[in-house]
Each structure stands twice: as structure tokens, then as C-alpha cells.
Design a binder for this molecule. Structure first.
Ligand SMILES: Cc1cc2nc3c(=O)[nH]c(=O)nc-3n(C[C@H](O)[C@H](O)[C@H](O)COP(=O)(O)OP(=O)(O)OC[C@H]3O[C@@H](n4cnc5c(N)ncnc54)[C@H](O)[C@@H]3O)c2cc1C
Length: 397
């Protein structure tokens, strides 16, 4: 392609696009990321930031493809945080060194057998009661607490760490792009941050646009069913009783609740709650889900005082490559949509490194040629949900 502007254009500045940008540049590609809203604005800033090692997907007490795909991820991310991995994440703080798992009295013996087995050795430790977080010290309701080999990241800081050093290669666009094939690459028509129409010639396009990948399916003549969404409605509890990063394990093979804690700009602690509560509540009204969340925490942690709390909910879809049965794909999904064009979904934030491996394995070698696009404005980083959501001031009962 005589007029190539860049080797690889990436569409979408969530974790998948930003991670891929870093990996491509390290590998010698010229790469440009185009974002049509704000960085992290899709699922990434709405995520809980847990770098899963897969045990959450083995709650039926069997290891499987989904848990295997994640098994190496904690070590890979920790290497990056230490500055010895594929992307330099030194300076990104851990929200929690280890994500926890608390077992209710009812099922403590079942989980103790699995967590004590050879299958999961090295991936989980039983904590002595003295090491349990204060909010879980309730021996009548909490039977055991385990620490998983999974850290929790501060996602807003992670996005800054990925975006800042690559600012010149990250560009704001308006609206959708139009992609057409060209000799040895693709032509991308779009509107830049000043709403000026632009034409870019790229050797390849990788779209990591989350739910936005769906608009490209039609352009490539692919069925809408090539992508899927799985809805959630997360619950946010402001002025939470104390720090907690944990799944609650009970009768189901999914965590009953998954709690992460986030500090708002004014310093107050927010519990951000997923798990079954958020799955079964996906289609409930916000009011009904908040009522259900209050009842859930009254049952799970009856000793805690939630009387000063404020609540909110966040409805958000998980956008993924499709599976036959609509369930979560076991790993990242990379789909070749046209010559030199790929649609990519990491499936989990934790799996962004694996998705980048898959993309790098598909691409032709870099040319390193890059046009000067310094005049295009860059996008902002989106605010985190707990700093931007409208709170309902609700009495506890
Ligand atoms: C509530 C929730 C909690 C989660 N918690 C975890 C967790 O704890 N751990 C974990 O591993 N995973 C978690 N996940 C999954 C994880 O968040 C996602 O797998 C991951 O963030 C997807 O990243 P992405 O970059 O593919 O997409 P997104 O984060 O959705 O980013 C897509 C980006 O593309 C942009 N975009 C869209 N259309 C266009 C377009 N046409 N042109 C240009 N840009 C476009 C969007 O503005 C956005 O910035 C969670 C998901 C949800 C919803």
C-alpha cells in the first residue's frame, strides 16, 4: 500500500484496545487507536478489576476450559505490575493484593474439600480468622475465608498508565467508521475529534470496540448473531461498612455476590456488587434491585450497619463474541471479518494479554511506517461509575 498511514488501526479504547496498542508498539508496529467516546467508557471502567485466575468458574467444584484459560493471568499481570512483563505497569496500585472467597456456614465443608485438594494447590489459601477482614468477622454466618491468587486492580489508574505514554497514538473520532478493503490493507473513513472527515490507510484493522463491534458486523456482511451480550445490573452501595474484595460462595455454582470496594473522590467507600445478584437483577427496576440488595446483605452480613448508605444501580451488558448456547466464551474471541480486518473481544479484562497474543499471531510483519497525525485531538479518560452515577438516598429498612 503506497500511502499507508499506519500498520495497524485499532478501534476502541477499552482494556483490549489499549493493551493491544502497547503490545503492537513494542513489537515494532506503527499503530493508532481510534476512540469515539472516552477511554474506558464501555465495559472496562464498569468492571470490578479482578484479575481472575479462574477459580470462580470452577464453583461446580471441577476445573474446566474457562478456569484453565485464566489460570496464568494473575502471574502475567503481576509481572507487568513489577515491571518485568510484556507491558510496563509499574506504579499502578493494587486495590487488593488478593481477592477473597467467603463460605457461608451451610456449605463450608463442600468448599473446604475442593480448596484443600491438589487440583487448586498454590491458587488458594485458607485464612486464619484473625486475618479475615473486619466485615467478615461474624462466626455465626461466615464459616471460612479463603484468599485466591487473584489481585484486584485500580482500573482508572490502569487506564491512565496504559494511555499516557501512548497519547500521540490515541485519537478521538466522532461516530462510526466506514471500512473498505484495499490492496494490502484497509481504508478507514471517519470524522476526527474536530468532526473533520478523514481517510486513513492501514495495513490492518483490529476492532476492540466492545458493544461497538456489532455495528461493524453488518459492514462486513456478518450476521448480528456473531456477537452476543449478557446483561448485568450492578449495585453500588456508598458509605459502605468497610473495605471488602470477596465472592460469597453458597449453594449455586456462581458467587452469590461479588463485592469490590472503590474510593470515591470525596473519600467515601463504595461497594460495587456483582455476582448472581447482578445477573438475576439485570431486568429488574433499579428500585426493586436495591430492595433485593438490602435483603441480600441483611441475610449475608447481618452484623453490619448499612443505615447511612446510599444506593445506585448500573445496567451494563457484557459484550462478547457469540457462543452456540449464549454462555460466556471460555477465552478471548478473535474473528477474521474480512481480509486484514479482525473483530476482537477479550471476554474478560484479565484476558486482554491473551487476546493480544492471538492478534499478534495473525498479523503480517510490521513496516513501521507511520504518518504524522499529531494534529488529531486525543480522547479523555471516562469517569468511573462510582464518581459519576446518580445516587438514591435510601433508608435501610
Ligand atoms: C459489570 C462488569 C464487571 C466486570 N468485571 C470484570 C472483572 O472484575 N474482571 C475481568 O477480568 N473482567 C470483568 N468484566 C469484563 C471486562 O470488563 C470486559 O471483558 C472488558 O472490559 C472488555 O474490554 P474491551 O476493551 O473489549 O471493551 P470495552 O471496555 O467495552 O471498550 C470498548 C471501547 O470501544 C469504544 N467504541 C465503541 N464503538 C466504537 C466505534 N465505533 N469507534 C471507536 N470506538 C468505539 C467504546 O467507547 C469503548 O471505549 C466485567 C464486565 C462488566 C460489564
Amino acid at each position: 500500500m503506497a500511502t499507508r498511514d499506519v500498520d495497524v488501526a485499532i478501534l476502541g479504547g477499552g482494556i483490549a484496545g489499549l493493551w493491544l496498542l502497547a503490545r503492537l508498539q513494542t513489537a515494532g508496529y506503527s499503530a493508532l487507536l481510534l476512540e469515539n467516546n472516552a477511554l474506558g467508557a464501555g465495559q472496562t471502567l464498569a468492571s470490578q478489576g479482578i484479575i481472575h485466575g479462574g477459580l470462580k468458574y470452577a464453583l461446580d467444584l471441577k476445573l474446566n476450559a474457562a478456569s484453565d484459560a485464566l489460570a496464568d493471568m494473575p502471574a502475567r499481570w503481576r509481572a507487568c505490575l513489577a515491571g518485568t512483563g510484556e507491558v510496563d505497569l509499574r506504579g499502578v496500585p493494587l486495590a487488593a493484593e488478593r481477592h477473597l472467597f467467603w463460605a457461608r456456614k451451610t456449605l463450608a465443608s463442600r468448599i473446604a474439600g475442593f480448596f484443600g485438594s491438589k487440583l487448586v494447590r498454590g491458587r488458594v489459601d485458607a485464612l486464619a480468622p484473625a486475618d479475615w477482614p473486619a466485615v467478615l468477622r461474624d462466626p455465626e454466618h461466615v464459616a471460612a475465608v479463603y484468599a485466591l491468587d487473584e489481585c484486584v486492580l485500580d482500573v482508572p489508574v490502569l487506564l491512565q498508565a496504559l494511555a499516557r505514554p501512548r497519547q500521540v497514538s490515541i485519537k478521538r473520532i466522532h461516530g462510526d467508521v466506514h471500512v473498505s478493503p484495499a490492496d494490502e490493507g484497509v481504508v478507514i473513513d471517519c470524522h476526527d475529534g474536530y468532526a473533520q472527515s478523514r481517510r486513513l490507510h492501514a495495513g490492518a484493522l483490529v476492532s476492540t470496540a466492545g458493544a461497538g463491534n456489532e455495528t461493524l458486523l453488518a459492514q462486513f456482511g456478518l450476521p448480528a448473531a456473531a456477537a452476543q451480550r449478557r446483561p448485568l445490573q450492578m449495585v453500588l452501595i456508598d458509605k459502605a461498612p468497610g473495605p471488602l474484595w470477596a465472592h460469597c460462595f453458597d449453594a449455586s455454582d456462581k458467587p452469590r455476590v461479588t463485592v469490590t470496594t472503590h474510593k470515591r473522590a470525596d473519600g467515601s467507600l463504595v461497594w460495587y456488587v456483582g455476582g448472581q445478584l447482578a445477573e438475576t437483577g439485570a431486568r429488574q427496576s433499579a428500585g426493586a434491585l436495591i430492595t433485593a440488595a438490602k435483603a441480600e446483605f441483611a441475610a449475608l452480613l447481618p452484623g453490619q450497619d448499612f443505615s447511612a448508605c446510599r444506593y445506585a444501580t448500573l445496567a451494563i451488558d457484557r459484550a462478547e463474541g457469540a457462543t452456540d448456547d449464549g454462555r460466556k466464551p471460555d477465552g478471548p474471541v478473535l474473528r477474521r471479518a474480512a481480509p486484514n480486518c479482525w473483530l476482537a473481544w477479550p471476554t474478560k479484562l484479565a484476558l486482554a494479554p491473551q487476546l493480544a497474543d492471538q492478534v499478534l499471531a495473525e498479523l503480517p510483519p510490521p513496516s513501521g511506517r507511520a504518518a504524522d497525525l499529531s494534529h488529531w485531538p486525543a480522547p479523555q479518560i471516562a469517569p468511573a461509575p462510582w464518581d459519576s452515577i446518580a445516587w438514591e438516598v435510601a433508608a435501610w429498612k
